[in-house]
Design a protein around this ligand. Sequence first.
Ligand SMILES: [Zn+2]
Ligand SMILES: [Zn+2]
Ligand SMILES: [Zn+2]
Length: 255
Amino acid sequence: MEIRWGVWSARKYFLDKMTLGDLVRAYFTYYAIMAYLLLAVLSIIAAVAWNQDTVMSLFAAALVVPVYPFIWYLLHRFVLHGRYLYKSAATASLWKRIHFDHHQDPNDLGILFGALYTTLPTILVVTLPIGWVLAGPGGAAAALASGLITTCFYEFCHCIQHLPFKPEYEWLKQIKKLHLAHHFHNEQGNFGITNFAADKMLGTYYARPKDIARSATVFNLGYTAQEAERYPWVARLSPERRDEAPRKTDTPEAA
Ligand SMILES: [Zn+2]
Ligand SMILES: [Zn+2]
Ligand SMILES: [Zn+2]
């Protein structure tokens, strides 16, 4: 169950009906984003209080920035797009929440954000050892703060990618185009969100939709009607489902 409170308790948010201003308000009042920001402030305070080596602590925080997109790439490609989580009753609802639903309806802001119970442990596991090895407890706190702020940036970029507007910055325009291709053209590539270096290194990058064949499973991630018969748990939790192949109107070129 999601914790919904404040403006979020009263309604659902759909990006196709929102402006940038609406998004900013919804973003800063979402419980997970508020939790990241609060924990980031506490981590910065801890990093200062426990500081042993300022240079190494800052280095640990900086190192998290490029490491992070790689970890998310691996999780997105092999866990979220893996075919095993829906095959067990125990993990089906987790998989549905963390990625199936987002590909079914990328406009639903409530499921676009990562679920705190999956993101927070990931952030802790990735950042604390890096920081601890480099600069002890102060470094661990610094690395954690960096991981939390990076997550907030990540989540905001992901929202922008699904918001129907044309960004001014070339870089934003580019990552939006690549992520929409992941959603509406072929989901077996462009797993990055803010950074596509891992896609380029590991062979899943495509610059334009015409560089790769359309995928028939962009909305169901391979959880087809046939699969749903064998592994019914996700289907039981999903009253409606989208199985259709990518449509021309959904491709970023037509947007
Ligand atoms: Zn995604
Ligand atoms: Zn997305
Ligand atoms: Zn995906």
